[in-house]
Structures are given as C-alpha cells and as structure tokens.
Write a protein that binds this ligand. Structure first.
Ligand code: PPS
Length: 561
C-alpha cells in the first residue's frame, strides 16, 4: 500500500478545538471524571494534540490496539507499530462507562483535553511486551505509563490546550510549524537526527557527510526524558545542542525540541519514530547503532544492518528513508574526522569528553567544540568543583557533631564552596520538629536530610550532615539523592557504645538505663552499621583534630578538595 493511500482525508494541524468549544468543554468538565497524566503520558498527549502522531485522532480503541500488536497496522490498514492508549488504574476504569467524557489533566490539574471514551479494557501486558519485541529481542516499554496493573482507555481526543512548557520555548515548534519552515526555506530533503547525548566533532563530520551524500538539510532534536525537569542533564543537553547547531551554516541545520522520548521499544519504536519524523516534514532519518555504547573497531553489527534493511523495506509506507551511521576515523595529519569506509571506528566521543571534564583534564581540540564544552563543563565538573555531602553516622555521643563542626570550619577556611552544617540537633529543631524516634520517623528524618543535602550539592555547595541515621535504607536513599548531583562521603563514626556511654555528655544513656527514656539507639533501639562507608573513624582512638585530619586527607586524595 502506498503511504498516501492510507491517510484519511483531513488536514487539521492540531487536535485543539476552537476556543468557543474549549470554553464549553471547560464548563462541562465540572461533571467529568479526571485523569492526571504522568510525564511520559503528557508527552504522548502532546504528540497526539500537535499531530506528530498523525493520523491518530485520539487513543487507540481495543480493536485497533489488537491489530497494532498483531499486524503493526490499524484496522483500516494504516501502518502503526505501537499502541498509544491511556493507562488508568483499575479503580478508575471500574467507575467509567463507554461513551463517557473524561477530563485529561496535567499533574497540577490543568485541563488539557477531553477524551470521549470508546473502549475500556484490561490489557495483557505480557502479551503486549511479547508482541512489541517481535521481531527483534529488545527491551519494551509499552504504553502502560508505569502503572502496575493498568486498564486502557481508547477514544477520540478534543484538545483544549497544549501541555505548558516553559523551557526553550523559542524552538519548540509543532510539526506543522516545522514543515512550514522547510517550505519557506525551500528545503526538500531533510534528515531527522535525534540524539539522547550531546554531539561532538566526530558526529559533526558524520552529519555533514550524510547531508552532502543525500543533498539534504538536517533537523536536529535532542531526545528528552519524560522526567526532564528534574534533571540538570536536560538543560545541559539542550544547550549543548544549541551550540552544536551553531557550527553548521544556517541553511543546513535546524534545531527543534519535540516531546518525543526514548521508549526502548526496538524496531517498532524506530518505525514509530519514522512516522513521527515524516509528520514533522522530514524525508530521511538517521538510525544510530544502538548497541554501540562505546567506540569499537570497524563497522556495524549484523543486527544493526538488518534493522536498517527492515526500516528500508517499509520506507514506501512511512515515507522516510533510513540512513545508517558512517564509520569515521581521525586523520592524524589534519586532526579532523574523515569518512572511513575501509575501516576506522564508529565514533562516540561523548564518554571520553565527560571523563576529561570530570577529571579536570583538557579536551583536545579535535574532539569537541568550545561552545559545546562550555555548556557541558557547567554540568560535568571536576570533583573539586562539584558539590559534596559529608554524611556522618553513628551513636549518640560518638563524636559526630564535634567532627562535623571542625570540618565545617576547615572547609569554610578553604573558601572554595559554600558550606552548610545540618547537625542532628539543628535538623530536629528546624526541619523535623514533629518527628519522634520511631523507625518510620527516623527514616523520614534522614530522607529529609538527604533531600536538603542534594539541593545544596546540586548548587555546588558542601552539606555536612550528622544524624544518628541508624537504618541502611534511609542512608541509601540519602546517598542516591545526592550522588545524582555530586559526591557523597559516608563517615561511620564507629566509637564503641561503652565509650559513648562513658562520655554521656547529655546524660541520655543514664536516663535510658534508668528507664526514663525508651528506645535509645544502642541501648534498646537498633543501630545497623554501614557496610561500605567511605571512612570509619573511632574517636576513642583519635583526638578530634587527628580524626578531622584523616577526613581532610581522604577528601584531598579523592580530589574533592
Ligand atoms: S535519627 O535516628 O538519625 O533520626 O536521630 P537524630 O535526628 O540524629 O537525633 C539524635 C539526637 O536526639 C537525641 N535523642 C535520641 N537519640 C536516639 N534515640 C532516642 N530515643 C533519642 N531521644 C533523644 C539524642 O541526643 C541525639 O543527639 P546526638 O547529637 O546524636 O547525641
């Protein structure tokens, strides 16, 4: 079947309704049940509304869903490789009937669309995953939106508003706007290039080769994660793309941000990407060799070549010609990447660039562009410029607070970063005053400390925390929150209980032994020792100054200071 034969005859640029209809829908929505979308569902809705998912006019109904899984086609024969349905909880589905309208809202409750429900069903997720993985064994995400036992809704969608986006709005064009741009500029052949990592000089040389080979221009889009707003990487990726696109003549490359995100759905995902790219007005699409995480010798795997052939077999219908990566090699004489069909490497220099930036080493000129590096170096800093958390844990009286205070002063004296002290008492007074010393509340207390520390580290500061933190789970949680943005050094102050009790500066152990206080850590409440802390310090063997010096030595050896 020809691509054009299979398209329904309508030409609406978006599924947004006229504002008068939108007003009516908003009034009526008071009576509708509501679904709040998670970030990936929000991207799907945006792609429906802006017609990147043309010709879909809403979420797939049950019969279309089945047909997509079995034949990669809608019931009318249109090629469509992946289900786009609205996943809801069983409880929500149980209260709905077919024909009913549902208000589709963002996380804040702002109404974006109205779905007229045509079908409600419980999908067999295992069968769905099996079908999607066929014909190649790849990881599959489906459209269950992260729900564990979802039900699916299908039906026509009437758009009230696009999801609100506040970042990079200058180049978030809809498919129709992008296509108009191409027409205005007289671009007839366009290669779509999506990438989930920053691009460098090897990529630039390859893209220029491809553009010249095809006589085409380039539409470059960073591939975003649904959780984009919680990740500094998102901003750094997009800004690096801005810089990268600037290295091309204006007549050759255009940057656009699409709400498309990586779905890990193998060939079917690539096919959907082809359809979406066609809807943005492109004619070709670069297909990266997904298996190639690291540079490796000579050319491509058979799977990759089979994948390209598989997409090429369907290009009549998708309207998109798949383009494979080229092998590139560094020409030593000119220090430039050149095409190398007879050998060479499929080059991905990104990991090497990040490694050099985080080690504080210079990045060779042939590897990347100054503008791209400037953007990336704001995110990928050497350890001594990153934020860091010093996380002291140990029994009451072990010496955590004393050490924390010495380190606080020493690091202020170095004056390289802002330093914040989150001592147990400070936190209990200002952040967790309503919490008790139950297991649940202690974990919550430590999770809160981890959150505050991660915010400090995200902004390049030093957080010094000194709670007892008796449980492994909340310590792990705090580490996870912080390590996303910088260093986490766990220091187990392992002074024996007998010494802590002997010191008993607050008289707390005496009270516990007398039964006045219940649930004191180490006496009648557990302390789970950390298995792999970065440091263990026993203050019964070292003076406070000696112990602090050990910690400073560790920080310096590991290049944190
Ligand atoms: S936890 O477990 O991490 O939430 O504890 P933390 O916030 O560090 O609070 C410990 C300080 O509270 C005092 N205190 C108790 N500690 C342990 N168990 C019980 N039942 C208890 N009741 C009060 C104690 O003085 C701790 O202070 P530090 O500075 O550790 O000696």
């Amino acid at each position: 079947m020809q691509y054009s034969d299979s398209l329904p005859a309508h030409n609406a640029e978006s599924l947004l309704v006229h504002f008068r209809r939108a007003e009516l829908l908003k009034e009526r929505a008071v009576e509708f049940k509501s679904v709040n979308l998670n970030p990936s569902q929000l991207c799907n809705l945006e792609m429906l509304l802006n017609r990147a998912f043309y010709p879909l006019e809403g979420y797939l109904g049950r019969e279309d869903y089945k047909s997509v899984l079995s034949d990669m086609r809608l019931r009318d024969g249109t090629l469509w490789p992946l289900p786009i349905c609205l996943a809801v909880s069983e409880e929500f589905a149980a209260g709905l009937s077919e024909g009913e309208c549902v208000a589709v809202r963002d996380a804040e409750g702002f109404m974006l669309a109205v779905l007229t429900v045509s079908d409600i069903w419980k999908p067999d997720l295992k069968a769905e995953a099996r079908a999607i993985r066929d014909p190649f064994p790849e990881g599959a995400d489906g459209c269950h939106g992260g729900l564990v036992e979802p039900w699916y809704l299908g039906g026509r969608v009437e758009g009230v508003s696009y999801p609100q986006r506040y970042d990079f709005t200058d180049f978030r064009l809809t498919p129709a706007e992008v296509q108009r741009f191409f027409v205005q500029k007289g671009w007839r052949k366009i290669v779509a290039v999506q990438a989930g990592r920053p691009l460098h000089k090897a990529d630039r040389a390859m893209l220029e080769e491809i553009a010249h080979d095809q006589g085409a221009s380039l539409l470059l889009s960073p591939q975003l994660k649904p959780s984009m707003y919680f990740s500094v990487d998102h901003f750094s990726l997009v800004r690096s793309f801005q810089q990268f696109v600037e290295t091309f003549p204006r007549s050759m490359a255009k940057l656009n941000l699409t709400p498309w995100f990586e779905r890990r759905m193998g060939p079917r995902g690539a096919l959907l990407r082809a359809i979406v790219n066609k809807n943005y007005g492109c004619t070709h699409m670069l297909v990266w060799d997904g298996a190639k995480a690291e540079p490796r010798q000579n050319a491509f795997s058979e799977e990759y070549e089979a994948h390209i052939r598989w997409l090429a077999d369907r290009q009549e219908e998708t309207g998109i010609i798949p383009v494979a990566e080229h092998c590139m090699a560094l020409d030593q004489a000119s220090c430039r990447y050149v095409r190398s069909d007879g050998g060479g490497r499929c080059v991905n220099d990104h990991n090497a660039v990040v490694k050099r930036l985080t080690l504080g080493e210079p990045v060779p000129e042939w590897m990347s562009f100054p503008g791209v590096l400037k953007e990336l170096s704001r995110t990928y800093k050497p350890r001594w410029k990153q934020g860091i958390t010093l996380f002291f844990t140990g029994l009451s009286g072990a010496g955590k607070s004393t050490l924390a205070k010495i380190l606080f002063v020493k690091l202020l004296e170095l004056n390289s970063r802002p330093v914040t002290l989150l001592d147990g008492d400070i936190v209990r007074t200002n952040l967790s005053s309503e919490l008790s010393f139950s297991k649940e509340h202690r974990n919550l207390n430590v999770i809160r400390i981890g959150f505050v520390a991660s915010e400090i580290v995200k902004n390049g500061g030093v957080a010094i925390c000194a709670p007892i933190a008796p449980y492994a789970e909340s310590r792990r949680h705090a580490r996870g929150a912080v390590e996303h943005y910088g260093g986490f050094v766990e220091i187990h102050v392992c002074t024996p209980l007998s010494v802590c009790e002997q010191r008993d500066r607050k008289g707390i152990y005496a009270k516990a032994r007398a039964g006045i206080i219940k649930g004191l850590t180490g006496v009648d409440d557990p302390y789970i020792e950390p298995e792999n802390p970065e440091l263990r310090i026993d203050t019964s063997e070292l003076s406070p100054n000696e112990a602090a010096h050990e910690i400073l030595l560790y920080l310096s050896e590991h290049r944190f200071i």
